[in-house]
Ligand binder design. Structure first.
Ligand code: GCB
Length: 651
């Protein structure tokens, strides 16, 4: 949206508020407030993998009915973490099927005795399919390993005599052609070669299928009448910021809503009331990306207060949402943030590290953001699935721009482009937009990575998926990342920005750095001539073992990685003057993959090692990114350390 007249905006804004969401209810991040408490269930849980042949013993013996230790031996399992790499057991590392987690929780008395308190169990992510019981009663089921889900467990915890409850979560990591990401179970029935009942999980994506409770599990409370969802959209008219909001309330028909927008000093700049409205912010501080402005990432706070009556008593609920005022717009050759051309100089990441796998970890997260800042990166893509909500919050706070990708990776079988898969994919986009719609850092949705978009069903599939995503959120452009040929790709006609991955002189013409320039020129020119849309080089890179040195450069050496990047940069420097709007290196850090003859303990295309130490290419990229920042943004000297984190971080 851009510079709409105030009147037009006032009329349109409510229509932009995620009104196409078909999901019932919101899923606001559980923040503490005077009316809301939270209890983190991180720590050690009891754990058991169901090693029975069909992996069904847990259901046959109803392990959820009593404490897990009573139905067999258990292991200590940290949460959040993947279960795969914490032990010494090869069988568990490669386990496919159901695993069981359990935790006894002591609840504050008020939570169990006050019927006007609503108690919610929230699971940040459980990969891949999860079933949840509380005290043996089924409370939730969820498909998809990268998005949160929750269950209202008030009745259960308020009906018993106990101040404790037993939470059991069964999780299955099996991927099928209709899951996201898809996969296939392949049975090996040749008794001369394989043990009885032998099967493997095939996948068409290049990262280890870590599983378990990857993100925080917690309990939180609200009053029984509560703020269920908030949707914010922003625009700018000269120096006035326009913040339109829509609030939904559950548990009461008659309520009052008051909103106050506070600046970073806690000063109220504008107030409003009612379930929807438009706030005008005079002399607004805009949310700018890192290195694009001397004060990036300005966040206001939208304080929402709901009051109602319940059982003759006044009830209030409070929720505070960070709000960044910014606009996003795409032309035929530019990506504009606040009407200024924005060039993505950033990375692709993974949620991946030693031991914890995909488990959420604050020290790792802060280290990664410090490295991004050091590098002068202004953006990343959440390749190839939504990252933890806390990651998105830090992006808002630091001004790191995000292309928010759903787990649509490895869609290469035609059966994964049929209606059953499409239906699930649409739902996943709804869950993703519902979760991330209010993050100013998110500037574009990516619905997939490298699908077989040249196949016949891909046209309908991507048209439907992208149209639906735009209906869910008309305020952001939508893309998917392609590695198909420009002449045969059936999905790209529907995207706003073309994101292309290419590995010249790595997967083709390996060893020949001299082919990169002509091939990359051809790539860009062919796409642009066909579509006249801005282009992002969404992946490029080379496998590099730190400490391998070869000059003249040979593959896998640090010199080869640098040489390859430099050849790409020569072409990017020409084309960014025309229509290329970004470059994202593959990859920020080395990461774990399935074993294969082409992977030396994981993918080594990181510019940092898996332990986050720089390879030579990191220094090369750092020089480049700071130069780019100085050309396109506000001026900074390279070694300058911006002082992040001066504002307290609140949940
Ligand atoms: C790609 C994929 C990414 C892989 C990368 C590689 O095109 O999108 O998931 O890891 O190539 O290193 O092969």
């Amino acid at each position: 949206m851009r510079l709409a007249s105030l009147e037009l905006w006032a009329a349109l804004a409510p229509l932009l508020c995620g009104c196409a969401l078909a999901l019932p209810g919101g899923l606001l991040y559980p923040r503490e407030s005077p009316s809301r408490e939270r209890k983190d269930l991180g720590g050690l849980w009891s754990f058991r993998a169901d090693l029975s042949d069909g992996r069904r013993r847990g259901f046959e013996e109803q392990w959820y009915r009593r404490p897990l230790r009573e139905s067999g031996p258990t292991l200590d399992m940290p949460v959040p973490s993947s279960f795969n790499d914490v032990g010494q057991d090869g069988q568990l590392r490669h386990f496919i099927g159901w695993v069981w987690y359990e935790r006894e929780v002591t609840l504050p008395q008020r939570w169990t005795q006050d019927p006007s308190t609503r108690v919610v169990l929230r699971i940040g992510s459980a990969h891949y399919y999860a079933i949840v019981w509380v005290n043996g009663v089924h409370v939730a089921e969820h498909e998809g390993g990268h998005l949160p889900f929750e269950a209202d467990i008030s009745k259960l915890v308020q009906s018993g005599p106990l101040d404790s409850c037993r939470i059991t979560i069964a999780i299955n990591n099996t991927l099928t052609p209709h899951t996201l990401p898809p996969g296939t179970i392949r049975y090996q029935n040749d008794a001369s070669k394989y043990p009885k009942g032998y099967f493997v999980q095939d996948i068409n994506f290049d990262f280890f299928n870590y599983a378990g409770l990857h993100r925080p599990v917690l309990l939180y409370t609200t009053p029984t009448a509560y703020i269920d969802d908030i949707t914010v959209n922003t625009d700018v008219d000269r120096d006035t910021g326009l913040v339109s909001y829509q609030i939904s309330v559950q548990g009461s028909e008659h309520f009052e809503l008051e909103v106050r927008l506070m600046d970073e000093d806690g000063k109220v700049v504008v107030q409003g009331s009612g379930a929807q409205g438009l706030l005008l912010v005079p002399a607004a501080h805009l949310w700018w990306p890192y290195l694009m402005h001397e004060h990036p990432a300005y966040l206001y706070s939208l304080e929402v207060r709901m009051t109602t009556q319940a059982a003759g008593r006044p009830v209030s609920d409070f929720y505070v949402l960070p709000v960044g005022i910014r606009t996003v717009r795409v032309t035929h050759n530019q990506f504009l943030i606040n009407e200024q051309p924005f060039y993505f100089h950033g990375v692709n990441k993974h949620e991946d590290s030693d031991i914890r796998g995909k488990g959420f970890d604050w020290p790792l997260l802060v280290k990664d953001f410090n490295l991004l800042r050091w590098l002068g990166a202004n953006s990343f893509r959440t390749s190839h699935y939504p990252y933890a909500e806390e990651v998105m919050q830090l992006c808002d706070r630091y001004g790191i721009v995000v292309i928010d990708e759903c787990p649509g990776v490895g869609i290469v079988l035609s059966q994964s482009l049929g209606n059953e898969s499409l239906q699930h994919h649409l739902e996943v986009m709804e869950e993703l937009v519902r979760r991330d719609k209010n993050h100013p850092a998110v500037v574009m949705w990516s619905v997939a990575n490298e699908p077989a978009s040249n196949l016949e069903p891909a046209g309908y599939y991507f048209k439907t998926l992208i149209t639906h995503t735009k209906a869910l959120d008309p305020s952001r452009p939508v893309t998917f990342v392609t590695n198909s040929n420009y002449a045969t790709d059936r999905g790209v006609p529907y995207v706003d920005v073309i994101c292309v991955n290419s590995y010249f002189s790595w997967y083709h013409d390996f060893g020949h750095l001299e082919v990169i320039q002509p091939q990359l020129q051809t790539q860009f020119e062919s796409w642009y001539k066909t579509y006249q849309k801005p282009i992002i080089q969404s992946e490029y890179g080379a496998e590099t073992i730190p400490g391998f040195h070869e000059d003249p450069p040979l593959m896998f050496s640090e010199e080869y990685q640098k040489g390859l990047l430099q050849q790409y940069h020569l072409v990017l420097d020409q084309k960014r003057k025309e229509y290329v709007v970004g470059e994202l290196i593959w990859n920020f850090a080395d990461f774990m993959t399935n074993q294969s003859p082409t992977r030396a303990i994981g993918n080594r295309k990181g510019i940092f090692t898996r332990q986050r130490q720089p390879k030579s290419a990191a220094f090369l990229l750092r020089d480049r990114y700071w130069k780019l920042a100085n050309e396109t943004g506000s001026h900074h000297s390279v070694p300058e350390l911006q002082s992040f984190g001066t504002r307290p971080f609140t949940f």
